[in-house]
Design a protein around this ligand. Structure first.
Ligand code: NZQ
Ligand code: ZN
Length: 393
């Protein structure tokens, strides 16, 4: 295991009725004037908005609102939110929703105290030094932004979907997790969430770092929990036990509890972000396409690790004489699992086209530190093109 620092200071309020604590939690973490950030209406339909605003009212906390956050959130609303905060004297960002609302709130939270264009921080032209406190009321188990140290925004000028620099300053101060709110998710979003949290775990699991037995086993336990719970949540959307497991896996998968002390990969995420930037597909759907193709492409780098994944996560009977057979069977089972959740399997199913691959590679080259990427296996432009071709039908 490598040496590490781990600072993950998010307060989690989990379970039925946890949302009633929101106003008090805002106060506890220094908020006196809130900007409430949410999406296209699900929070109003499932009652989360009413519960949160009641709680703010009870705690005597005034708020402004920024709504209409879209999945794959755009820079336009971040600029709007920064203006609003400066005019209103906001001192706390509160998101209701998933990764898109929380990431918009995070970008506003560090964009407001920064004097210039918030995108300078994404582009590496300025340091992320100050950030207003952020809180999250989660309504979808997926991106893990409720406990993570980064956010992902698409700059509309150039259509670049980039992650912010990682910083503990932007981890939410608190996250309210009531799994009941996730019962209203459409099946496709439940499935996309499962693929995203699995990917967050697998990006950490496939590592070159030796002697990481504890975090290996934690990763396997989280993956097995998703494999158990996601089909149950799809079969019965109100299955609160399945929803609870998914919600807490979402957080543990990405607050780095299971990633400390090990080199991590993140190539599949890099390749997916190009797809959701270009085709506006759901992030989890793009990952369901890219991840198995990446696995096939890099499997020979460490067949034993892929065979272990197959055996310990999907229960494949190990073939000790031919471990590559075990490894391949694990990848096949992952594909079948995603298919059974109703997720796409090909580039075309997320709106992609093989003809676009060269342009995607060129766009990637414009990014600072664009190539190579990936901690487990270094991905160069030819590898990236080959992996996308494996995704095509
Ligand atoms: O906009 P509304 O009406 O709220 O609808 C949303 C949206 O259409 C809907 N939804 C959310 N909760 C619901 C609900 N519908 C019914 N009932 C509910 N309870 O679900 C749709 C997707 O929401 P979104 O917030 O986009 O989902 P998710 O949490 O998957 O976030 C995806 C974004 O997070 C980024 C992704 O790239 C993507 O932009 N990520 C952020 C990360 C981070 N900050 O750490 C890491 C991830 O790897 C990821 O990249
Ligand atoms: Zn993700």
């Amino acid at each position: 295991m490598n040496a590490f620092n781990f600072y993950s200071p998010t307060f989690f309020a989990f379970g039925e009725g946890a949302e009633h604590q929101t106003g008090q939690l805002v106060r506890q973490f220094g908020g006196s004037r809130v900007l409430l950030v949410y999406g296209g209406g699900s929070a109003k339909r499932n009652g989360a908005y009413d519960a949160v605003t009641d709680s703010l009212r009870e705690a005597g906390i005034p708020w402004e609102e920024l709504n209409g956050v879209r999945p794959n959130p755009r820079s336009g609303l971040v600029y709007e939110g920064i203006d609003l905060c400066r005019r209103a004297g906001t001192d706390f960002l509160l998101a209701i929703g998933g990764g898109s609302a929380i990431d918009t709130a995070k970008a506003i939270a560090f964009g407001t105290p920064y004097g210039g264009d918030f995108w300078d921080i994404f582009a590496g032209k300025a340091k992320l030094e100050k950030c207003m406190p952020v809180g999250a009321v989660l309504t979808i188990a997926a991106a893990g932004s409720e406990g993570s140290n980064s956010c992902v925004i698409t700059q509309e000028d150039g259509n670049m979907k980039w992650g912010s620099p990682k910083s503990d300053l932007i981890r939410p101060r608190f996250a309210v997790l009531n799994p009941r709110y996730t019962c209203s998710l459409p099946p496709f979003q439940t499935a996309c969430g499962a693929a995203d949290m699995m990917s967050h775990i697998m990006e950490r699991y496939f590592t070159n770092t030796p002697d990481v037995g504890l975090t290996d086993r934690l990763c396997e336990a989280l993956l097995k929990t998703v494999i158990d719970a996601a089909p149950r949540a799809l079969a019965n959307p109100d299955d609160i036990s399945a929803r609870s497991d998914l919600m807490w896996v979402s957080t543990l998968a990405h607050n780095n509890s299971v990633g400390v002390g090990r080199e991590q990969d993140w190539a599949s995420h890099q390749m997916e972000h190009e797809l959701s930037a270009l085709y506006d597909c759901a992030h989890g759907a793009g990952l369901a396409v890219v991840t198995p193709a990446w696995m096939e492409y890099v499997m020979n780098h460490d067949v034993a690790r892929f065979a272990r994944f197959a055996a310990n996560v999907f229960g494949v009977e190990p073939d000790y004489a031919a471990p590559e057979r075990t490894a391949k069977e694990g990848i096949r089972r992952l594909r079948v699992f995603y298919r059974e959740l109703g997720l796409p399997a090909t580039l075309e199913e997320v709106g992609g086209r093989v003809e676009d691959i060269p342009a995607i590679i060129e766009r990637r080259k414009q990014k600072p530190n664009g190539f190579p990427f990936g901690g487990f296996v270094k991905i160069n432009p030819d590898d990236m093109a080959a992996i996308y071709r494996l995704c095509a039908k």
